[in-house]
Ligand binder design. Structure first.
Ligand code: AMP
Length: 496
């Protein structure tokens, strides 16, 4: 089924119900939301786009984001949401890799210079055409969303999510995360290009309200004000966002009135942090563990589990990512794929209706990630006898900073572009505010200023990936095969 069909139905059933808000101001009701999506679908067709064509969405959170997504689907297209913080050159690579025929961007001028050769438009208004009557038919196997993850090779990979994947993800939200009612409101404080946008679908299905903060981003004071105004707010937040909300609420004497649900995930949540947040905001939290390849849908730690303070396993549960989603089978296996016993650490594998079809045009990555009918997540973990999954260190050397994933290789490649950088190795250092920060160990030929290294990054990668610290060394520790020993670098940072 076409996800836009959900919008179309809700609009038929409750046309005058409020749909999209900018801050406190109502932008449109469900009839208006649906009409705008159908007009965008008509506009895309008028530009010559056909079923299966891909449209890249390089936008920060805006009120036209959701109409655009549903408009792309209504005409049978495939959305390629791109993190708004990426560098234009990174976007250019994704646009090319995805074979996108059109890009909608906040700042369209920057993209052609960075190598984007397909049309780039700034305003969804440019897509307004004669409204399409109804969404075209889509099969469960038809691609609907290409989710670009960072790649360990330094290049992002496009996880192809089908209409069936999106629906399974949405329905399991209702089964395992939270109920959704028309009087609820989804607040988009995290990027719509990621989990927050995926969660929009179930809120459309149930005819809930959608609130885009005026700031377009994450501002705890703004969130508290909007929650108090709209009531029954649900939102997705990275653990670092939860931590900042706790700090701001404590300082300002707020207890998050109007917040119904905060779904957190995407990176590790420290037990002390969730306890503090729970004490302040009450039982509003649900945790999810997922990845672009199995979006938001591997495990969930329920509201009841998080709030069950009297349970003897409470601490262990808070330190876990919960139990398998209804639509997911989860196992911990050894390298051969043999399931391990409870308590034993191995790689986490998952299969089920929400798992991606595969990476777009990347047979090597597919051969690695999709084996024996399972998605190999690259995450290490262990299961308890009751089925609670606890993540261990990551198999990949991913750095998770402020909820964003950063692959060291990408940063290393940018730094190595500097002519006097001989060798470099990037690791994450624990940080109380960001979870982790990027630290680069650099071997230079001659004197190099930190500002030059910052500039090398600024020319190639997003700002949030730029190292927060540089450590200049004469050589990097290596093993017998010449492979840099990142564990030793991390140990050095820990010893400081
Ligand atoms: P992405 O594909 O960008 O969503 O990143 C997915 C990765 O983030 C996973 O493979 C995990 O390493 C990490 N991650 C996601 N959810 C959690 C969680 N609840 N706790 C700890 N790490 C998580």
């Amino acid at each position: 089924m076409n996800p836009a069909e959900w919008l179309h139905r809700t609009a038929h059933a409750r046309p005058a119900d409020p749909a999209i808000y900018c801050g406190e101001a109502l932008v449109c009701d469900y009839a208006g939301f649906d009409r705008q999506a159908r007009e965008i679908a008509g506009g895309l067709q008028a530009r010559g786009l056909v079923v299966g064509d891909r449209v890249a969405v390089f936008l920060p959170n805006r009120v036209d984001y959701l109409p655009l997504l549903f408009g792309i689907w209504a005409m049978g297209g495939v959305a390629v949401p791109v993190n708004a913080k990426l560098h234009p050159r990174e976007v250019a690579w994704i646009v090319e890799n995805a074979g996108a025929r059109l890009v909608v961007a906040q700042d369209p001028e920057a993209l052609p210079n960075a190598g984007v050769s397909v049309p780039v438009i700034a305003s969804v208004a440019d897509l307004q055409g004669a409204p399409q009557d109804a969404p075209v038919a889509m099969a469960a196997r038809d691609p609907a969303w290409i989710f670009y993850t960072s790649g360990t090779t330094g290049r992002p990979k496009g996880a192809v999510l089908t209409a069936g994947n999106l629906m399974a993800m949405s329905l399991s939200y209702l089964a395992d995360v939270d109920e959704v009612r028309p009087e609820d409101a989804a607040l988009y404080a995290a990027p719509l290009s990621h989990g927050a946008g995926l969660y929009a679908l179930v809120h459309v299905l149930k005819g809930a309200r959608h609130v885009v903060p005026e700031s377009g981003g994450f501002d705890p004071a703004e969130i508290f004000a909007l929650a108090a105004h709209h009531r029954n707010i649900s939102m997705f937040a990275a653990p670092t966002m939860v931590k900042r909300m706790t700090a701001v609420a404590k300082a300002g004497g707020s207890r998050g009135a109007g917040v119904k649900t905060i779904v957190y995930g995407g990176g590790p949540m420290y037990v002390a942090d969730i306890k503090e947040a729970l004490a302040l905001f009450g039982p509003v939290f649900v945790q999810i563990y997922g990845q672009g390849e199995a979006p938001m849908t591997i495990t969930a730690l329920s509201r009841g589990d998080i709030a069950d303070t009297a349970h003897p396993d409470w601490d262990a549960r808070l330190g876990s990512v919960g139990r398998a989603h209804s639509v997911a089978e989860v196992a911990v296996v050894d390298e051969a794929g043999t399931p391990l016993l409870p308590g034993e650490v191995g790689e986490i594998v998952v299969r089920g209706a929400a798992v991606m079809q595969g990476y777009l045009g990347n047979p090597e990555a597919n051969a690695k990630a999709l084996r024996g009918g399972w998605l190999w997540t690259g995450d290490m973990g262990r299961l308890s006898p009751e089925g609670y999954l606890t993540l261990h260190d990551r198999a990949k050397d991913l750095v998770v900073s402020g909820g964003s994933n950063i692959y060291p290789r990408e940063v290393e490649e940018a730094l190595l572009e500097h002519p006097r950088v001989a060798e470099v190795s990037v690791v994450g250092a624990p940080d109380p505010e960001w979870g982790e920060v990027v630290v680069a160990f650099v071997v230079c030929d001659g004197a190099v200023h930190e500002a030059e290294l910052d500039a090398a990054c600024a020319a190639r990668i997003a700002r949030f990936k730029t190292p927060k610290r540089y450590v200049f060394v004469n050589e990097l520790p290596k093993n017998n095969y010449g492979k840099v020993l990142k564990t030793e670098l991390r140990a050095r940072l820990a010893a400081r």
